[in-house]
Design a protein around this ligand. Sequence first.
Ligand SMILES: N[C@@H](CCC(=O)N[C@@H](CS)C(=O)NCC(=O)O)C(=O)O
Length: 147
Amino acid sequence: MIDLYFAPTPNGWKPAILLEELWVDYRLKLLDLTKGAQFTEEFRAINPNAKMPAIVDHSAEGSPQAVWESAAILMYLARKFDRFWPEGGARTDWELTQWIRSVPSSFVAFGATISLASVAQLFLRATTQSLAPPKSFRPSVFTFGSR
Ligand SMILES: N[C@@H](CCC(=O)N[C@@H](CS)C(=O)NCC(=O)O)C(=O)O
């Protein structure tokens, strides 16, 4: 079982979308960042940086494995479940890592709130079709609570 420590922000949605796409069982542990839930001793034991998202994989070999940083979580899950991470050696690893790292952070840095559907779509395209950037990629605006 995987615990996902989550709050509804773009970084939080990234592993949530991947867990859904992987169709694996997970428990959602909602963190209320406005109340400082990220600063509790219990959560700091999982992520000493006191930021979500984070996961704890209770089925990891040996002992439970905590993973934090959204990109690291995506990579961990893709590798663990052997999906969305194509074989291809170092070149593929670098290209995919670049996309995972650069897309969300660049758009957040630009001050835009990126559509999580667009991130997921980009991730899926990059991993299932080609590692080249999709020609038509155009993030749409995501607003919390509205669809
Ligand atoms: N680079 C990190 C950023 C994590 C991050 O900044 N999380 C924010 C919410 S999006 C957070 O937990 N903020 C709480 C705080 O800073 O106290 C990642 O991609 O996971």
